[in-house]
Design a protein around this ligand. Structure first.
Ligand code: INI
Length: 183
């Protein structure tokens, strides 16, 4: 399934003051550095100031969700971008690392409500990985940052405001001068 992220969405401009974190896996570091560059480029293009941005490194893709969860729980970030690179080897190790990274990253977003996006290249060969790290097939880090910008905006727009009234609750009493009881 080769392809680029759909380009129909106008690149989001971040609201001033929204903070973002990027978590990057060191495994296959020469590739993940390119993914990180792509993510930073997208955030910069959207107007995210350097002071509103943190980058954290972890050993590999398997650790991305753990670090993202710690960061999400601080409630300091509008969104978290995870970048990593998993390349299939001779054993089923790839499936565990890639699968757990994907499931864990999704869970962080769902459990905390902090948008957490998937900029992890999962490739059968190193050449395929390079193609997705700024080569012919795009840059998964940049795409994950664009997704984070869009989801941060979405989350801000739909943030809970007042406590919702239960559906079966009585409607509020009309305000105004209290009626005198008739004698
Ligand atoms: N981590 C990766 O990010 N990419 C890989 O391709 C990879 N492989 O192939 O093993 C990988 N393994 C390390 C893993 O992410 C953990 O850091 C390690 O298992 C310790 O928990």
């Amino acid at each position: 399934m080769a392809g680029r992220a759909p380009s129909s969405h106008r690149r989001a401009r971040s609201r001033p003051g929204l903070r973002f974190a990027v978590v990057a896996g060191r495994f296959n570091e020469s590739i993940t550095k390119r993914l990180l560059d792509g993510a930073l480029h997208a955030l910069d293009a959207a107007g995210v100031a350097e002071k509103d941005l943190e980058v954290h490194w972890v050993p590999g893709a398997f650790e991305l969700p753990q670090a993202a969860l710690h960061l999400a729980r601080t409630r300091r970030f509008a969104a978290i971008i995870c970048v990593g690179c998993v390349i299939r080897g001779q054993t089923p190790h790839f499936d565990f690392v890639a699968g757990q990274a994907a499931a864990g990253i999704q869970r962080v977003g769902l459990d905390t409500g902090v948008p957490t996006t998937f900029g992890v290249v999962t490739a059968l060969t190193e050449a395929q990985a390079w193609e997705r790290a700024g080569g012919d097939v795009g840059n998964r880090g940049q795409e994950a940052a664009d997704a984070a910008l869009e989801m941060a905006e979405f989350a801000q727009r739909h943030a809970p405001t007042a406590r919702p009234r239960p559906i079966d609750a009585r409607p509020p009493r009309p305000r105004g001068p209290a009626k005198r009881a008739r004698r």
